[in-house]
Design a protein. Sequence first.
Length: 95
Amino acid sequence: MKSLTGIIVNGSKDTLSMISITFDIYDVDDFKIEDTLAYTDSLSPGGKWKFEAMVTEDAAFKAVPVELTGHPDQATQSIQVQEGEGQLELLEYDW
């Protein structure tokens, strides 16, 4: 078993909730062998989150981020925040 770690930053002016990042995991032959997810309840404006996602397959060779989402913490809003919209940013990740 391996763990995938990294850092995500909230670049918005709002506290975001239900933040998750999903990775596809590939073997040395570039076959997808699993996916993994890390989740945190909330992240304040400018806050950084050091995540850890468990990878169960021993053959895991490469991780590719596929989705990074969060939601404004205000009850009247329900929009999803995607990476690249100046809100959440994946700064780094590694085994």
